[in-house]
Design a protein around this ligand. Sequence first.
Ligand SMILES: *Cc1c(COP(=O)(O)O)cnc(C)c1O
Length: 400
Amino acid sequence: MHQIPGAWRRTAQGAGLVDADGTIRPTIFAEMSALAAETGAINLGQGFPDEDGPTVVLETARRAIADGVNQYPPGRGTSDLLHAIAEHQQRFYDIALDPHRDILVTAGATEALAATLLALIDGPDDEIVVFEPFYDAYAAAAALSGARLVTVPSRWPDFQPDLDELSHAVTDRTRVILVNDPHNPTGAVFSAEVRTEIVRLAEHHDAIIVTDEVYEHLVFDGRHVPIASEPGAWSRTVTISSGGKTFATTGWKIGWLSGPAPLVDAILAVKQYLTYVNGAPFQPAIATGLRMPDDFFASIAGALRDKSAILGAGLRAAGFDVSTPSGSYFTVADAAPLGATDADEFCRALPRRTGVVGIPLTAFSTPEGRSEVATLVRFAACKRTDVIEQAVGRLALLRS
Ligand SMILES: *Cc1c(COP(=O)(O)O)cnc(C)c1O
């Protein structure tokens, strides 16, 4: 256990991210990965793939290193990657971007998010509306920005937010509505009604929509619809994505954001003092990936849909209730039918009981939101099919 000093301690304590005495504990992800290593359990906890992505993407990075692409790239990103991102947004979503004004390459989606909130938040009177449960970096980035986090519950089993609760949460104090679609940890894809309502509320209250779409190519049924493509949304939306999930290169940390040039400039002003730039040889590689043919993108969605189906069927057979995901790496299961009352306890015991690791959804909630997800567990399907099948075989032990 460590004590953290200084300004971040006060900020993190205020946001409930560390204990009252300033002690920072290992995250549940670190704890569960350690437990997986200790027990030899299959780790369906952390969401990273166990296979490499497209060879041509990996080869482009190798060649770039050999060719000496090893020094600081330009501040906004290499011209080639900026063009590849613009072509990608045009090809898939019919969104026209100026590559040198409307796009910024970042150190993963994580830096894009942090820089965006730091750039847009004015002070403690600003509010960020977020759908709960949420990706764990959101609360930390919001705390760093100094804004107040306002949560809207996305409830089991379909995890679509309630439109009345949403409209109550968004007020004139709302600076940012933070969207994640497709959604981690729930696997939900927002309905057209929810997207429309978010845009309507953002316009009405003059808020900015920040949307994390790192799973844009992992939608199982039909195509991803970026909220920026909704009527009226573009001029007030910052769209964030990353190569990590799409190309199975989560360790490369090549992300990007796009939006109207004045917003992008404001975010660049922060980003240049966070990392300045990153990943020179990986930028041409991700550009190559973004230019791959349509069938590559269809195939990764199809592969993950099939793996999620195997995982979902196995979880049902083991006695869980299962929320069928519409996209992303993840499937949420309810352990209540197995007698669980506390998913934290259930997940701590699961590796020794069955040899499988999952993450309790409480890891993605504020202290106030925990009761909504008390018995829910997130399992990752982004593993080899034989690994998923083996995990499913082990989970069947819960029945006996
Ligand atoms: C994985 C993930 C990220 C992080 O993306 P990086 O490009 O690795 O920074 C951001 N948002 C969500 C929802 C994720 O699941």
